[in-house]
Ligand binder design. Structure first.
Ligand code: NDP
Ligand code: MG
Length: 395
């Protein structure tokens, strides 16, 4: 029996994880739930899954939630803010933490859960992008364990049978990418991409931040970094292939020249359930793949001129230290500005590039990460006025 703390329970991954918990109550229970502001949804989840503690973004949300669950007999303790997330992650009795928070907010709970020797089921790739070497050291020193939830990394994990000792047999990882909604658009049209267009992902339904990351291919850049720290494979041995149908979720190439892939129609139900059930294969409410109907599967090289994000991620990995943290923070702020209609689509990657150009790389420590994250966000803000002048049509 796994007792779960689900962080980000109101989001795309969090709600799908709770569907799995509801499907297998004999194997999965809930100790804690945490979210940001969607308190109505959280109140429904509290009634159904009866956590002992819940955390929300701040005191206002906590007040709102309290009034929404005023009639419950044994209500959960309500906490808030970054400390609340850590308290929920490490609540006594918890065996596994599903970190499905979006962005940098996910890092401290990942570190806290590992330090408490818990199993972390990681959807929040930003944790590894910001602090991969710190997490690697915690794991090496025997603190907790990490199971990927991101579909590509779960695919790789599944191809090695969930046994990381088999990574020594691996010669190359090939991450697949749908290519996003602008795969076939001409580069000279990128300036006029609207928020609405960018939020329409062709194969996956996800939260807004990762949907924009998928459109810029920054998501795949983050995933190269994630794969590097998760599997200890050198960046030059991690390739990306564009595969528009999102049926092959990634490939593992072995030293003997053979290659394994994990396949299914695009759904997060499989990687989420694989992580939650510790690799046990049970029905997941997913239609089996009909390959005869698909007919063919297509793969191609990514276009690095149209999508500079992959090169930026490789550059950040080469720079080392705090550079990947800077890439992540600059991206988070740039995505926010794009979603607010303040910058155009190509500016997202230009802002990341500018942050990498100007950052003085520091060795990765927790303090250096906090400083680099803040520095990158400020750098983006300072540069936005310049970009707006550069693109007078940008609203
Ligand atoms: P969503 O935006 O759908 O959900 C994010 C969750 O985090 C929500 O529950 C939100 O709460 C909560 N949250 C955000 N900020 C805070 C905060 N400061 N404090 C507390 N809670 C917070 O994101 P996704 O589910 O799409 O993605 C989650 C993570 O999983 C990301 O790292 C993403 O890259 C990764 N991932 C997602 C995939 C997908 O299919 N969605 C696939 C692979 C990886 P609220 O909404 O209540 O404010
Ligand atoms: Mg992914």
């Amino acid at each position: 029996m796994r007792t779960l703390s689900i962080l980000g329970s109101t989001g795309s991954i969090g709600t799908q994880a709770l569907e799995c918990v509801a499907r297998y109550p004999d194997s999965l229970g809930i100790s804690a739930l945490a979210c940001g502001s969607r308190t109505v949804r959280l109140a429904e989840q509290i009634r159904k899954f009866k956590p002992q503690i819940v955390s929300v973004r701040g005191p206002e949300e906590a007040k709102r939630l309290k009034s929404l669950i005023g009639d419950i007999k044994n209500p959960p303790e309500i906490v808030h803010g970054p400390e609340g997330l850590i308290k929920a992650a490490t609540w006594p009795g918890t065996t596994s933490v599903l970190n499905a928070l979006v962005g940098a907010a996910g890092l401290s709970p990942t570190l806290a859960a590992l330090r408490a020797n818990l199993e972390v089921l990681l959807a929040n790739k930003e944790s590894l992008v910001m602090a991969g070497s710190i997490i690697q050291k915690l794991l090496k020193d025997g603190h907790g364990s990490l199971v990927p939830v991101d579909s590509e990394h779960s695919a790789i994990f599944q191809c090695i049978g969930g046994d990381i000792s088999r990574l020594k047999e691996v010669s190359r990882l090939i991450l697949t990418a749908s290519g996003g909604p602008f795969r076939e658009m001409e580069i000279n049209e990128f300036d006029s991409i609207t928020v609405k267009q960018a939020l329409l992902h062709p194969t996956w339904k996800m939260g807004p931040k990762i949907t924009i990351d998928s459109a810029t291919l920054v998501n795949k850049g983050l995933e190269i970094i994630e794969a590097h720290y998760l599997f200890g494979i050198a960046p030059e041995k991690i390739d990306v292939l564009i595969h528009p149908a999102s049926i092959v979720h990634s490939f593992v190439e072995f030293h003997d020249g053979s290659m394994l892939a994990q396949m299914s129609y695009p759904t997060m139900q499989i990687p989420i359930q694989y992580a939650l059930l510790g690799g046990e294969r049970r029905p997941a409410n997913v239609s089996p793949l009909d390959l005869a109907r698909e007919g063919r599967l297509e793969f191609s090289e990514p276009d690095s001129e149209k999508f500079p994000a992959l090169d930026l991620a490789r550059r950040a990995l080469k720079l080392g230290g705090t550079a990947t943290c800077v890439l992540n923070a600059a991206n988070e702020e740039a995505v926010r500005l794009f979603l607010e209609g303040k910058i155009n689509f190509p500016s997202i990657t230009s802002l990341i590039e500018s942050a990498l150009d100007h950052h003085d790389v520091m060795e990765t420590t927790e303090t250096a990460i906090i400083n680099a994250d803040l520095w990158a966000r400020n750098h983006v803000f300072k540069n936005v006025s310049e970009i707006l002048q550069f693109n007078p049509d940008t609203k």
